[in-house]
Write a protein that binds this ligand. Structure first.
Ligand code: GLU
Length: 321
C-alpha cells in the first residue's frame, strides 16, 4: 500500500513537472528545484519564486519553488526538461558540464549558469557520545553519505575514498534524505552524517539543541590536495559557536551553491528573471540568514559552466561582465 501511494505521488509530481516544463514557453510557468526541506536550497527556490511572483505575476510569470533531491537531481531534471531552474553545487555543475563523475564521457552541453548564491561547507556531523573525532574513526560506524541525487553524496564518497575508507566495506553507509538523517542522528540510528550545506544551517541548530553534537574536521592532507587541484573548492572553517556545544572553529572545505538553468530556457525569460532578482536583491538578502551578504560581484564569481545568454545580457548592461 505504502509503495502504491509513493508511486502515485511520484506520478502526480512527474505530471506537474512535465506540465510545468511544457507550459514554460507559453506562460512563463517556472519550476525551481531546491533540496531537502531542512536545507538552504529549498529556501533559495522559495524566496526567488516569491520575488518572481510578486514582481512579475502581472506579466504572466508563475513560479513554484519545490523541494527536490539536490544537486545531481536538479541538473539532470533541467537536462530532461522537468525543471526550468535548480540549485546545484559548483563541483557538480563543473562535473556535468565537463563530462566527469556521473556524467563521465557524456558532458551536459546544455547546462547554463545564472549566478552563484551562498557558500556551502562539507560538514561531517556526529554526536559527542560516538567518540568520533577524525575521519578515520568512522570505520565500523553507521554513516549517512547522502541520498542518491544529492550533492553531499559525491563529497562524502571523495572524503572517504581519499582517506582510505571503503564505503562498502569499512562503514555501514546509509543513503537517507537529509531530514531523515537529522532525526536518525538524534535517535542514535546513525553515528554520523555528511551534509554539504550553507553556514549557519537552521536544521543543524535544531539538531544541536536536541542532542550533544560534534563536527569532525575535514582537512587531512589528501583533502587539501583535492582543494588545491580543483578551482571550485576552497578550504574554510565552520566558526566556533555557530552550533551549540561546538566551541572551536572546525576546518573543512567548501563549494558554492549555483543557480542553474538549461540552454532551452528563453533568453528573454532568463533576462527578465535575472533583472528582477538583482533589482530586488535586498528582498532576497532579507529573506533568509544565508543570503544576507549576497553581493553581485561574488554572485558572478565561481561559475563553473557557461553563463546563460539572458543573464549575460543583463550583466553586460550593468557593466558587470
Ligand atoms: N548541497 C546539497 C546538495 O547539493 C543541498 C543543500 C541544501 O539543500 O541546502 O544536494
Amino acid at each position: 500500500m505504502k509503495r502504491l501511494l509513493t508511486f502515485m505521488i511520484g506520478l502526480a509530481l512527474c505530471g506537474t513537472m512535465t506540465m510545468a516544463a511544457k507550459d514554460a514557453s507559453a506562460q512563463n510557468f517556472l519550476v525551481i528545484g531546491g533540496g531537502s526541506t531542512t536545507g538552504v536550497y529549498y529556501q533559495v527556490a522559495l524566496n526567488i519564486c516569491k520575488i518572481v511572483n510578486d514582481k512579475l505575476g502581472g506579466q504572466g510569470y508563475n513560479c513554484i519553488g519545490r523541494p527536490a533531491l539536490g544537486s545531481v537531481f536538479n541538473i539532470r531534471s533541467i537536462q530532461r526538461g522537468l525543471l526550468n531552474y535548480g540549485v546545484a553545487q559548483s563541483d557538480w555543475v563543473w562535473a556535468a558540464a565537463n563530462g566527469k563523475k556521473n556524467w563521465e564521457g557524456k558532458p551536459d552541453k546544455g547546462l547554463r549558469t545564472v549566478f552563484t548564491v551562498h557558500p556551502e561547507a562539507v560538514m561531517l556531523v556526529t554526536r559527542k557520545d560516538t567518540g568520533i573525532k577524525t575521519i578515520a574513526d568512522l570505520k565500523g560506524k553507521r554513516v549517512n553519505i547522502g541520498n542518491p541525487g544529492s550533492g553531499q553524496r559525491g563529497n562524502a564518497e571523495d572524503v572517504l575514498r581519499l582517506n582510505g575508507i571503503d564505503k562498502d566495506k569499512d562503514i555501514k553507509a546509509e543513503g537517507l534524505q537529509q531530514n531523515e538523517a537529522n532525526r536518525a542522528l538524534v535517535d542514535k540510528k546513525i553515528d554520523a552524517f555528511f551534509y554539504t550545506i550553507g553556514v549557519p544551517w537552521g536544521g543543524g541548530l535544531e539538531i544541536a539543541n536536541s542532542t550533544a553534537i560534534d563536527i569532525v574536521p575535514v582537512d587531512t592532507a589528501p583533502i587539501k590536495k583535492l582543494v588545491a587541484d580543483n578551482p571550485f573548492y576552497v578550504m574554510t572553517k565552520i566558526p566556533g559557536g555557530t552550533y551549540k556545544g561546538v566551541d572551536n572553529d572546525v576546518p573543512t572545505y567548501a563549494v558554492k551553491a549555483t543557480f542553474v538553468t538549461g540552454e532551452k530556457e528563453s533568453a528573454d525569460s532568463v533576462y527578465t528573471v535575472v533583472k528582477t532578482l538583482f533589482e530586488n536583491l535586498d528582498t532576497l538578502r532579507n529573506s533568509y540568514a544565508n543570503f544576507k551578504n549576497l553581493q553581485p560581484k561574488d554572485m558572478l564569481g565561481g561559475l563553473s559552466a557557461p553563463l546563460h545568454p539572458g543573464a549575460m545580457k543583463y550583466y553586460k548592461e550593468k557593466g558587470w561582465q
